[in-house]
Design a protein around this ligand. Structure first.
Ligand code: SAH
Length: 242
């Protein structure tokens, strides 16, 4: 598997047009755009467009079909999303296990994720057209998510497996890392400055330098912070020399 283009979301028999719009939005936020609709009750609809709120391109490009079989044409694998666990025996997995499976598929594999109706889910005849079941492990006493919420959960897992973005440090900040040599140099500077300003007694150094090393080893300094520390030490030295 290579790209999010290989993933098709199929909504079967959706009753509320608002859910179609919300599903389009959930998909687009995760970079998934192939939306297929099987016999939607009301579509197109102003309510769907309103709930898509900016994902109207996904909605506009949605392909409407008369049957699930038609919507599945061209797909190599189909995964049925189901809140229910009492189906005929069929391989079942959670979203994370499902995306792990996707990672093993050949590069040009087309995958369908099939969602059921708000009130009744997918029929047995529809389930028979899918190879695997995906269940979002939820509260056993209240396990049925809103359709668009279920779309969001699986879309997020897919996104995290295809294009994980890991933020190092904090948002909006790029931290330039430093090396061990930079830290050694800082400790030398500390030692020399602390002597010069009379804080470190060379005749009785105790554990001061070890403690300073421990402190800055823990601190995960970046280059900017390293320069600030050198600057403070230089300023203290200058003051002490006056
Ligand atoms: N009452 C229906 C629930 C439908 S919810 C039923 O019993 O099947 C609408 C759709 O959202 C479901 O058909 C399924 O595709 C998806 N969905 C909702 N909750 C889910 C869950 N916990 N795991 C997987 N899919 C879920």
């Amino acid at each position: 598997m290579k790209s999010l283009e290989q993933i098709r979301f199929i909504l079967v028999g959706t009753t509320h047009p608002g859910n179609i719009g919300a599903a389009a939005r959930a998909m687009k936020t995760m970079g998934i755009t192939q939306l297929h609709l099987v016999e939607p009750k009301i579509y197109p609809s102003a309510e769907a467009t309103a709930r898509a709120s900016g994902a109207d391109d996904v909605l506009h490009n949605a392909v409407v079909h008369n049957s699930l079989a038609e919507a599945l044409a061209g797909c190599h694998y189909s995964f049925a999303m189901s809140a229910r666990l009492r189906h005929l025996p069929m391989p079942i997995m959670n979203p994370r296990e499902a995306v792990t499976k996707f990672e093993g598929f050949a590069e040009d594999t087309q995958i369908a994720i099939v969602f059921g109706r708000e009130h009744s889910g997918l029929s047995n005849e529809e389930l028979d057209q899918c190879q695997y079941l995906i269940n979002i492990p939820a509260n056993p006493d209240y396990s049925s998510l809103n359709l668009a919420a279920a779309v969001q959960v699986i879309a997020y897992e897919i996104k995290m497996s295809f294009q994980p973005t890991i933020h190092v440090g904090r948002v909006g900040e790029t931290r330039e890392t430093i090396t061990n040599d930079d830290l050694s140099h800082l400790y030398e500077h500390f030692e020399q400055s602390l002597k010069e300003i009379g804080f470190l007694d060379p005749a009785n150094p105790k554990n001061l330098m070890r403690r300073i090393r421990r402190l800055f080893n823990r601190a995960d300094l970046d280059r900017n912070e390293l320069q600030i520390m050198h600057g403070i030490l230089r300023a203290a030295e200058t003051k002490a020399r006056k």
